[in-house]
Design a protein around this ligand. Structure first.
Ligand code: PXL
Length: 440
């Protein structure tokens, strides 16, 4: 997957296109950059901003658009009207991909990121390009430019902003007493309040990382509310330990391993999973989850999974929700059952059952196990732990870890196949093997 960041260069790498590349990398996504302006700044001071010429901007856009398939675009600092004209003109050449607009106007250290004289052009040409716009409250009010909104509720502000062109709006960092929350208005004009612990930080780059992380999640198929949750979580985890590299304010962490690294690995595997030709055929009616556990998981809260599901939409698939510990119940429970006996097994995905595929998988050397749901004692059925009963029973007396566990259903119960592996990429290789059989 390739994402393009169009914005200003920050030589301290705290904000701007450098921050975006770091965020894309942390999500295991390749980042392309087109520079609109070169700023001179460090962690204490903002010294200068110089726009690149329209010709250079256009030629950078041509260079990337003619060579790469772009899966999403972020527009950050544009600075001047001439850049606005080039960007809106060139984006008409890009297909239907998510566009996140971060309407940055002033740097944390004081510099101008959007000239006042460019604001009208910005409203006219940039706002309508946005799948989502991510202002803070001050930026939202500056765009609306109507003093009657200054005391309005965040929801009203977000709705007014939406009426100015973007499909959806995420107003960030709204404070209310001791709480900070974000206000999302989705494309159906439905408001959602995202609240959580206040992040106390003066670090540089939090806003850039938020909008870039939002784009990562949108490009991976999340809806705007799910994407905003995952961007919040990403920024919160990065701000806990900002990097202090200069004498001034801290810079949001550049650690690309994302803490334990599980999230990035699983997200990358889900991306690749979605790209497997014909995979939509393998999504069961109850939909799919793809999970990855911490070492020695005790409960489903040690297992990372998609908080919604991976769902089939026509001939493609979509990740509905974000990656969360405890995000999966059923597939995570199956994984826990296997991991108790074979702790090296830490990842799993459930797929539609197909008889011929299963028999071919066992003949191609995979360890395929079966359980019979109709033999399940009454107690576990009502207790909701059928899967625990079935999978635990299967692995109890086998010598090696299963690659596949399946059952052929029961009255009103859909048959199911679960593929297991040590890592999400190990599971993926088994999915690919299964797909080869599926279509033969
Ligand atoms: O964080 C907003 C931002 C975006 N882009 C550039 C910046 C800043 C803030 O300093 O310098 C280039």
């Amino acid at each position: 997957m390739n994402l393009l960041s169009i914005g200003g260069s920050d030589p301290s790498s705290g904000a701007g296109i450098q921050a975006d590349i770091k965020t894309f990398s942390a999500h295991h996504i390749y980042g392309l950059t087109v520079v609109t302006a070169v700023t001179s700044q460090n962690t204490s001071r903002f010294l200068d901003a110089s726009p690149v010429s329209a010709k250079t901007l256009r030629s950078q856009m041509n260079a990337v658009l003619s060579d790469f398939e772009i899966d999403g675009i972020k527009i950050g600092m544009v600075y001047a009207s001439q850049a606005i004209y080039v960007i809106s003109d060139m984006l008409s050449l890009v297909g239907d991909v998510p566009v996140v607009v971060d309407p940055v106007m002033r740097a944390t250290t004081g510099g101008i990121l959007l000239q006042d004289s460019a604001l009208d052009d910005y409203k006219r040409h940039i706002l309508p390009l946005a799948t989502a716009i991510t202002p803070n409250l001050q930026e939202a009010l500056a765009i609306i430019g109507d003093i009657r909104y200054e005391d309005a509720a965040a929801e009203e502000i977000a709705l007014k902003l939406q009426s100015m062109g973007p499909d959806s709006v995420v107003v960030t960092g709204i404070t209310s007493g001791t709480k900070t929350y974000d206000m999302v208005v989705d494309q159906n004009r439905t408001p959602h309040t995202l609240s959580g612990p206040t992040i106390h930080s003066t670090s540089h780059g939090g806003g850039c990382a938020f909008s870039a992380a939002l784009l990562c999640a949108l490009a991976r198929g999340s809806d705007v509310t799910g994407a905003a949750w995952s961007a919040r979580e990403f920024v919160a985890s990065r701000l806990k330990e900002p990097t202090a590299t200069g004498f001034g304010i801290g810079i949001i962490s550049a650690d690309v391993t994302d803490g334990d690294g599980l999230r990035a690995d699983l997200a990358d595997a889900i991306d690749r999973f979605a790209g497997i030709h014909g995979i939509a055929e393998c999504i069961p009616e109850c939909q799919t989850n793809f999970v990855y556990s911490r070492p020695s998981p005790k409960t489903i809260n040690d297992v990372l999974g998609v908080s919604g599901r991976i769902v089939r939409v026509g001939s493609s698939i979509l990740t509905a929700g974000s990656l969360e510990y405890g995000g999966s119940k059923h597939v995570a429970t199956a994984l826990l059952a296997v991991s108790r006996r074979f702790p090296q097994v830490r990842s799993a995905v459930n797929l539609r059952y197909a008889h011929t595929t299963i028999s071919k998988m066992s003949t191609s050397g995979l360890n395929v196990l079966k359980y019979d749901r109709s033999l399940e004692p009454e107690g576990t059925k009502t207790g909701g732990s059928s899967i625990l009963w079935g999978v635990s029973g299967c692995v109890q007396n086998v010598a090696s870890a299963p690659d596949v566990v399946f059952h052929t259903g029961d009255h009103g119960k859909e048959p199911m196949t679960i593929l297991f592996g040590e890592t999400p990429h190990d599971v993926l290789s088994k999915v690919r093997l299964m797909l080869r059989h599926y279509y033969r």
